[in-house]
Design a protein around this ligand. Structure first.
Ligand code: SF4
Length: 182
């Protein structure tokens, strides 16, 4: 607090002297991304789906900012979206899956690939165990299961949503929903 107060006071004093730091800040920012590749992407946090630009150097993210070409946010990001660089580049980020086995009282670290296989196996098993070809009295064709629910996220794009809904309907899943409601 003392340090930030001192910095604010110093900046205030410079401002009072008519010295603008805006060009210096803009120059420093330009230097940081001048050799970077720009990759359009979507904020992973909420259903608004703000457009972002990720700057990368040697496949490493060095900066993320709002995409001015996005009709959704026109370059603006909320504080959470503006901090998404720290989501992508963070040595404290978990890279394993937390798994608690049935009847276990503790969590275990498992690789992501293991979790993907486990989900696929359970999906197949549940679908096979609960698939209904006809109503109980046999009067109507069903060909579905109501034991599985699919919830999509806001960052799933049109093409992914299309392929995902085809997969879900192909499995006979009828409860399909998406977080994005805009
Ligand atoms: S920047 Fe904020 S409002 Fe926009 S999608 Fe991300 S979390 Fe949502």
């Amino acid at each position: 607090m003392r340090l930030s107060g001192g910095v604010s006071a110093a900046l205030g004093a410079l401002g009072a002297l008519g010295v603008s730091l805006a060009p210096t800040v803009a120059h420093a920012r330009a230097l940081r991304i001048q050799n970077a590749q720009s990759v359009p992407t979507i904020c992973p946090y909420c259903a608004v789906g703000c457009g972002m630009i990720a700057h990368t150097i040697n496949n490493q993210i060095v900066n993320i900012e709002g995409n001015p070409d996005s009709p959704v946010n026109e370059g603006n990001l909320c504080p959470k979206g503006a901090a998404s660089y720290q989501l992508a580049v963070n040595e404290r980020r978990w890279t394993t899956v937390k798994y608690r086995a049935p009847n276990s009282d503790h969590w275990e670290d498992r690789p992501l690939d293991w979790a993907m296989d486990r989900i696929a196996q359970l999906l197949k098993q549940t679908r096979d165990d609960t698939f209904q070809e006809r109503t109980a009295d046999g009067s109507r064709t069903l060909m579905n299961t109501t034991a599985i629910f699919s919830l999509g996220g806001a960052t799933i794009n049109n093409e992914w949503n299309y392929a995902h809904s085809k997969l879900m309907r192909g499995l006979g899943i009828v409860a399909i929903e998406n977080q994005a409601r805009i």
